[in-house]
Write a protein that binds this ligand. Structure first.
Ligand SMILES: [Zn+2]
Length: 456
């Protein structure tokens, strides 16, 4: 048995408080003797507010009730404690739930605070609209784009008919303008072996990535006054896209997703282009990447005008459908402005749609304006002022990273930048020649499909 001095002070306090309900000094002493002689509670448990001391208090109240005169009713506070004890398991459950809720609330608040501190994007920093009109749609797009990308859930086909497909994440793909394309055939080059004579790159046929576009078609004001005309102009766009097999998908301004060229077929969306995810390299991406185009138009240096929330949502669910279906890596979801090349001038940015301001995060992807542009750092491409101007006038992180990497390599090899560029250009030519050969074969076999120049 413990000495009173060693007993827990919280327990002593409760005993002391309860003993005051006994008027007679003799009975009070008897009570103190009875309760302080019994084994003491776990002092750690006693530190828990309310629930920790509940069994002890119940026991003290039982002892107390033995000494209180039968005529005196049990004090209200003590009756409440007894009730709590009888319902203790429910009380414990409520406390556990409340504690967990409070803890998860704290975690949420903390993570929110951290993400707010750490999520400025380059897309935002190069967006001149940031300081402009609050109603500017391109500003809304890049603001929404600030949330972190979500993990990819499995998405499945729920319903299918002649005219549509519906998926478990709410994506609804309309098939009114669907058409077939030539079979996909492309090389996946290993970044580290692309220049090796012995490397064997097998041909592939399943899409490995997604490129986002703007249709660059003239837009009517997005307003109910133009409802009939809006529908009509969208219809005309779809028909034109189908006739020329321009994209795999178009998202119109109402957020409706139209499939144009079926996934397994090549669409003429990317032209001369290159993308590297840090491990694999793909050249001329029509065969290897799916093309999704937003009905919209970009103003030079100002980003896309009038992209709607409905389009953003549609792009998000369509991206999830395609990534889930073909196990497409986030690293290979990028924009036309970041991949388009001019093989004769050796410059990037032949097309500049979404060279800035693409809302990657809103579409559930990581920000590719941060990704090193391997076309520059490993394949000999350069860029001019027009390219930077198209992005709003500022170089973005991925571009600067590539410049630094190229400079480091040249320094290490003891050559000037231009010499290093030429050496890398030879590497690109080898990969280009291989892919170009199978693309030419395909074009020769497609008598009715002419390569067309889109996005004038
Ligand atoms: Zn494009």
């Amino acid at each position: 048995m413990k000495d009173i001095k060693q007993q827990d002070s919280a327990y002593i306090k409760i005993v002391d408080r309860y003993s005051r309900y006994i008027e007679s000094p003799v009975l009070r002493l008897k009570y103190l003797n009875a309760v302080l002689k019994t084994p003491q509670p776990d002092s750690l448990l006693m530190k828990l507010p309310l629930v920790g001391s509940l069994p002890e208090r119940a026991r003290l109240i039982v002892e107390l009730s033995k000494l209180l005169p039968p005529s005196n009713p049990m004090p209200l506070a003590l009756r409440f404690t007894s009730l709590l004890y009888r319902l203790r398991f429910a009380v414990y459950a409520v406390c556990v739930v409340a504690t967990l809720a409070a803890a998860s609330g704290l975690v949420f608040i903390a993570s929110k605070a951290i993400s707010n501190l750490s999520s400025p994007t380059v897309a935002k920093s190069i967006d001149p609209a940031e300081t402009g009109d609050a109603l500017d749609p391109s500003k809304a797009v890049s603001t929404i784009g600030n949330e972190a990308g979500l993990p990819l859930d499995k998405v499945w086909l729920v319903e299918k008919s002649e005219s549509f497909e519906e998926y478990s994440n709410g994506a609804r793909i309309l098939k009114d303008f669907e058409t077939a394309g030539a079979e996909r055939k492309f090389y996946r080059f290993d970044l580290d072996k692309v220049n090796s004579d012995n490397a064997n790159f097998p041909l592939q046929s399943k899409p490995v990535g997604i490129i986002y576009h703007l249709t660059e078609s003239d837009l009517l004001p997005f307003s109910n006054q133009y409802n009939a005309s809006l529908k009509h102009s969208s219809q005309a766009l779809m028909e034109y896209a189908r006739a020329h097999r321009l994209y795999n998908y178009i998202i119109d301004r109402f957020g409706r997703i139209y499939r144009i060229v079926r996934d397994e077929g090549v669409a003429n969306h990317a032209g001369n282009s290159i993308w590297c995810d840090g491990r694999s390299v793909y050249v001329n991406l029509n065969s290897s990447f799916l093309g999704i185009s937003f009905e919209g138009k970009a103003e030079a240096g100002k980003g896309p005008d009038g992209i709607t929330e409905a389009q953003l949502y549609a792009a998000r669910v369509l991206t999830a459908v395609l990534r889930s279906k073909y196990q497409i890596n986030d690293a290979n979801c990028t924009t036309h402005g970041l991949v388009s090349t001019n093989p004769t001038s050796r410059l990037l940015g032949h097309h500049t749609d979404w060279v800035a301001n693409f809302p990657f995060e809103a579409v559930g992807l990581t920000n590719k304006y941060e990704t090193e542009m391997y076309a520059i750092s490993r394949f000999g491409f350069a860029y001019d002022q027009a390219y930077v101007t198209a992005a709003g006038g500022k170089r973005w992180a991925g571009l600067s990273r590539a410049d630094s990497a190229l400079w480091e390599t040249a320094k290490k090899n003891g050559v000037v930048i231009e010499q290093q560029r030429r050496a890398f250009w030879e590497v690109f030519q080898r990969a280009y020649a291989k892919q170009h050969a199978i693309d030419q074969e395909r074009l020769a076999s497609e008598e009715d499909v002419k390569e067309v120049s889109r996005e004038p």
